[in-house]
Design a protein around this ligand. Structure first.
Ligand code: ADP
Ligand code: MG
Length: 324
């Protein structure tokens, strides 16, 4: 199977099957895709790469890998409150394996269709397995949710639950034990994250800042604090956890919840006066949220346990280039 056969067979869709999007004037097949911005909207673009051994294990099913490659990108759009419009796929493959490619395309288009976006182009090359998706989305002019808008006194929220993806990783590493359905649930969180696209859009005009949890809650919240020139107090034991994580030791719960990463939940801030509107937004998009702390003027992040006692965090977020 040649490069162009491969693209045609797995990535160019029957027009009857694919989403028809008014954002796309011309999709795959020419030197560029041609896209139509909606009048009055701004385009948001983000790109995330997944590298075997770094971001995923070789044991992951191709459907899930494709899902995750697109999901982590959609999560960035969600964090900015954007409506997804289109995406591209750059793929390096060791070999053209038909079964693998069919599974990959299935997982990719299942999530794309769920968000009504078309694959409009990409690049395909032979090489160590590497997947790079670029997503494009839109927000009404000036309404993108940024990291820089948190204000002193704002509430801090997180969506869903945090820590399961890290728990699954610890099981793969052999440092934690889970069996049966509990393991499957944690593994799903790691391999099949659900980007909070609906919540992101619902928070436009309400949240003062937002970010998605990719590297760990402490580190990602830290980006908001830094960009907003504020500090925060976090109620560590208020972090929403799945029943599976809640059955682990408190130390492991805290480590997974605070430093885990790969959760793809949204952390956001909003003024206290907006509490009811935020609650309503969460209900409208059927995405649970939990209030986990508040923004303070004093720089830095302070952690408190259930009794309000200060805690010292002994772990940090994931950093690809950290040497110590
Ligand atoms: P060029 O050489 O002009 O960059 P290519 O030969 O690489 O174009 O690709 C041909 C067409 O197929 C282009 O429209 C490109 O965007 C698209 N394409 C290539 N790889 C992929 C892929 N993995 N997924 C989707 N579209 C792809
Ligand atoms: Mg090319």
């Amino acid at each position: 199977m040649g490069e162009f056969d491969l693209i045609k067979r797995y990535f160019v869709r029957d027009p009857a099957l694919g989403v028809s999007s008014d954002a796309v004037a011309l999709g795959i097949g020419d030197d560029c895709a041609v896209l139509n911005p909606t009048p009055g909207m701004q385009w948001l673009v983000s790109c995330d790469m997944l590298v075997e051994g770094r971001h995923f294990l070789s044991t992951v099913a191709p459907e899930r890998l494709a899902h995750k490659a697109l999901a982590v990108n959609l999560s960035d759009l969600a964090a900015c409150g954007a409506t997804p419009r289109a995406f591209t796929l750059a793929l390096a493959l060791p070999r053209a394996d038909a079964v693998w490619l069919a599974g990959f395309a299935k997982g990719l288009f299942a999530l794309a269709d769920a968000h009504g976006i078309a694959l409009v182009g990409g690049d395909t090359t032979q090489g160590p397995l590497n997947i790079c998706v670029t997503v494009m989305g839109e927000v009404p002019r000036g309404q993108a949710l940024l990291r820089s808008g948190a204000r002193v006194g704002d509430d801090i929220y997180v969506s869903g639950t945090v820590g399961d993806a890290r728990l699954a990783l610890e099981v793969f590493r052999g440092t934690a034990v889970l069996a049966g359905e509990a393991f499957e649930q944690a593994r799903r969180a790691m391999e099949c994250p659900q980007p909070r696209v609906g919540l992101g859009q619902a928070l436009r005009g309400l949240a003062t800042s937002a970010i998605d949890v990719s590297d760990g809650l402490i580190g990602d919240l830290g980006h908001i604090l830094q960009r907003s020139s504020v500090g925060a107090c976090l109620a560590v034991d208020a972090l929403p956890r799945s029943a599976v994580l809640a059955s682990q030791s408190l130390a492991l719960q805290r480590e997974c919840g605070l430093a885990g990463g790969d959760d793809y939940e949204l952390i956001f801030t909003a003024p206290v006066v907006a509490r009811e509107a935020v609650r309503q937004a969460s209900l409208n998009c059927a995405t649970p949220i939990t209030r986990i702390g508040h923004i303070e003027a004093e720089p830095g992040l302070r952690l408190a346990d259930a009794q309000g006692q200060a805690l010292v965090a002994e772990f940090s977020s994931f950093d690809h280039f950290k040497t110590s």
